[in-house]
Design a protein around this ligand. Structure first.
Ligand SMILES: CC(C)(COP(=O)(O)OP(=O)(O)OC[C@H]1O[C@@H](n2cnc3c(N)ncnc32)[C@H](O)[C@@H]1OP(=O)(O)O)[C@@H](O)C(=O)NCCC(=O)NCCS
Length: 326
């Protein structure tokens, strides 16, 4: 005789057409520093498939209710045909009843069927269950990241006025994507793609960077419905784009999320990243947002120093865990 009441049986399968919101809600409730909405989750999945990547989202259901989700996809910025990025979470109200184990079992089967070589997943090192859950399933942790948040109600940009004046005197100006569009900047998309391609080369990451295709840049960066054109900021000098930062919003949270901040090599060490991040914080304040969130590799000393000085408060580290299937 089964000890399980039938109503408690957990099943796992592909996300149904009406389950995207519930899948995203379970994930966001478990990992509030990484919010995502149902539309955003579905868009990411469709986009991945349109690029020819392997991608899917599984849900765990109990008594007809979605209680957890697991995603697999392929990082377009560090692409390898047999390597995957994973996300897995169970709604906090339903943890500890076997949903996480069932999701992993299904995901593992799916990835093996795709002839996966390896996969990576992030887990907070202070989570009471996740690091052990992953270790028992063959994952090992390596690269560390910090998510951090800046409160905008107390952020004071005034101490940075001298820096702003100094860089202005050098001819460095900050322009938003909205301003660049309104000015009819020629070949704007090509130049923004060029800038991002240049600055992303030196971002520390767990897997080697691969070129960012123009189509991926247009669809996943400029085409992200959460992109805030007034807070996608470029530093310009003599007509050249020398640095960038960007803020996004998610339908799942009032907080703003940071895209890539980067400065071209000749301009590093002169305060340009700070200038841009202060301008982004001002833009966030103008939007009335409560927080800006960001995440950085723990060995990205210059970016962490900039963020610490601005008042970003670090969360406990998130660790990238690697599993090999071969
Ligand atoms: C990690 C997580 C997915 C596990 O999901 P879950 O449904 O609670 O886990 P299960 O009930 O299926 O149990 C899975 C394992 O965790 C153990 N576990 C579950 N809850 C536990 C608890 N409160 N204390 C100790 N161990 C626990 C189980 O004993 C089981 O052990 P096993 O590895 O020997 O099989 C869930 O805690 C979660 O969503 N965490 C936040 C999201 C996250 O960090 N994701 C990234 C890493 S997966």
């Amino acid at each position: 005789m089964s000890t399980l009441h039938p109503a408690r049986t957990i099943t796992v399968g592909p996300t149904g057409p009406h389950e995207w919101n519930a899948a995203a809600q379970a994930y966001t409730a478990a990992l509030p520093h990484d919010p995502i909405s149902g539309d955003e989750l579905r868009k990411r999945n469709e986009e991945q498939r349109a690029w020819g990547h392997h991608a899917g989202v599984l849900v765990a259901r109990q008594a007809g209710e979605v209680i957890g989700s697991a995603s697999y996809f392929q990082d377009p910025g560090a692409f390898h045909p047999q390597r995957f990025t994973l996300e897995l979470a169970v709604h906090p109200d339903h943890q500890g009843h076997g949903a996480g184990a069932a999701l992993w079992q299904a995901l593992d089967g799916q990835l093996r069927a795709l002839n996966a070589e390896s996969a990576r997943i992030l887990a907070r090192e202070d989570h009471p269950v996740a690091p052990g859950f992953l270790a028992r399933r063959g994952f090992t942790g390596d690269k560390r990241y910090f998510t951090s948040a800046l409160r905008l109600d107390t952020f004071d940009p005034r101490p940075y006025e001298a820096l702003e004046q100094r860089l202005k005197a050098l001819g460095v100006h900050v322009r938003s994507l909205s301003e660049l569009r309104a000015a009819g900047t020629p070949d704007l998309t090509g130049r923004l793609h060029g800038l991002m391609s240049e600055v992303r080369q030196d971002v520390p990451r767990a897997e080697p960077a691969t070129p960012l295709a123009r189509q991926v840049f247009e669809e996943a960066v400029l085409g992200d419905p959460g992109l805030l054109p007034g807070a996608y900021l470029v530093a310009e000098h003599g007509g050249a784009f020398i640095a960038q930062t960007a803020l996004y919003h998610s339908e799942a949270s009032p907080d703003l999320l940071t895209g890539l901040t980067g400065v071209t090599r000749p301009w590093r060490g002169r305060g340009v990243a700070t200038l841009l991040k202060v301008a982004a914080a001002r833009a966030g304040q103008a939007l009335g947002a409560p927080l800006i969130r960001t995440d950085n590799a723990s060995d990205n000393a210059p970016m962490l120093a900039v963020n610490d000085r601005l008042g970003f408060v670090r969360d406990p580290a998130s660790v990238s865990h690697l599993v090999r299937f071969t």
